[in-house]
Design a protein around this ligand. Structure first.
Ligand SMILES: Nc1ncnc2c1ncn2[C@@H]1O[C@H](COP(=O)(O)OP(=O)(O)OP(=O)(O)O)[C@@H](O)[C@H]1O
Ligand SMILES: [Mg+2]
Length: 302
């Protein structure tokens, strides 16, 4: 069984920002350093991790769970051809493959928790659906990718808020008057005005002041890691700093900044060649950037 601090979910609010490329190369980097790593594709509607690793036509994946609707499935682990690195594929691109019921998602999550590995990397779909956020929250503290564009930064903020509010809403699930403050999935029931932690605490103080302490504990235990991708200029790094300030100010959460990856044709080319850049060009700037991120992660997690 893998402990939650060794489950590393890689997510972000926006599509196409480099979640899968970074997740794959981080997993490769840790595997090359001798750790036993499993890389899991949880992007059921648009899976592509296998392609990034050069695994063509994967013979099985989570789709085998969904079809049989059974948790007595054979091992889904596939070899990747890279020492210490195994892969679990998602569900393919068949229409409807992303529409998985919560019971099946629960089976998938149990399967992930029961893996035997030093580290498990989860590559997430874009967006803030509960299926995605619940995968993110499987990890003690996931990694969030952002790019410097304003739209990406805004979506990253929303992603962190969604993950935090989801953690709180799980504790409030049996208390109708509290859950409507943090579960905004149904706007007709929710209190949509509660968009920041200060507003939430103010409203909780009026309803049930003890819950303010509970919220503080959840905030303290939530330390998402941030990675800035597609950095072209020095000034691009400011976007990550601004985001961290926003997250501290409005959510009370202190993200851990792990570093950045430059914009590089070498990253793009490695995708086309189906070989992770950490293997293909280990001395390149992107590979150095990635090693810095791995070192920062290792320092932050002892
Ligand atoms: N640092 C970079 N430099 C150059 N190109 C990059 C960089 N990072 C990502 N890309 C390009 O962006 C593309 C999309 O990356 P990736 O598939 O990892 O995004 P994603 O966030 O996982 O997308 P989705 O949300 O669709 O799953 C890659 O195929 C690659 O061409
Ligand atoms: Mg992806």
């Amino acid at each position: 069984m893998v402990s939650p601090e060794h489950i590393i979910a890689v997510g972000g609010g926006k599509g196409g920002i480099g979640k899968s490329v970074i997740c794959t190369n981080l997993a490769v980097g840790l595997a090359l350093s001798g750790k036993k790593v499993v890389l899991v594709d949880t992007d059921f509607g648009s899976s592509n991790l296998h392609a990034l690793l050069g695994v063509k036509n994967p013979p099985l994946g989570f789709i085998n769970f969904f079809q049989k609707n059974s948790n007595h499935s054979p091992s889904l682990l596939l070899e990747t051809g890279i020492d210490n690195l195994q892969l679990i594929c998602a569900a393919g691109d068949n229409p409807g493959s992303a529409d998985i019921n919560s019971e099946t998602l629960g089976i998938v999550r149990d399967n992930i928790r029961n893996l035997d590995a030093d580290y498990v990397f989860l590559d997430l779909s874009p967006g803030v659906s509960y299926a995605v956020v619940d995968f993110f929250n499987l990890a003690d503290s996931g990694m969030i990718i952002t790019t410097p564009e304003l739209t990406s930064v805004m979506k990253t903020f929303s992603f962190i808020r969604a993950a935090l509010f989801r953690r709180i809403s799980i504790l409030f699930r049996n208390q109708e008057n509290l859950i409507r403050l943090v579960d905004h999935s149904d706007p007709t029931l929710a209190d949509m005005e509660t968009h920041s932690i200060d507003i939430l605490k103010e409203k909780l103080s009026a309803i049930d002041p003890k819950q303010v302490l509970v919220v503080d504990m959840i905030i303290d235990s939530f330390r998402p890691c941030l990675i800035a991708n597609r950095i072209r200029y020095e000034k691009d790094l400011k976007a990550g700093e601004n985001l961290i300030e926003l997250v501290k100010k409005y959510l009370g959460v202190e993200p851990v900044y792990l570093g950045y990856l430059i914009e590089s044709d070498r990253v793009r080319d490695s995708v086309d060649e189906m070989t992770p850049f950490f293997i293909k060009e280990p001395d390149s700037t992107p590979a150095n950037n990635l090693q810095n991120i791995i070192d920062a992660f290792s320092n932050a997690h002892g």
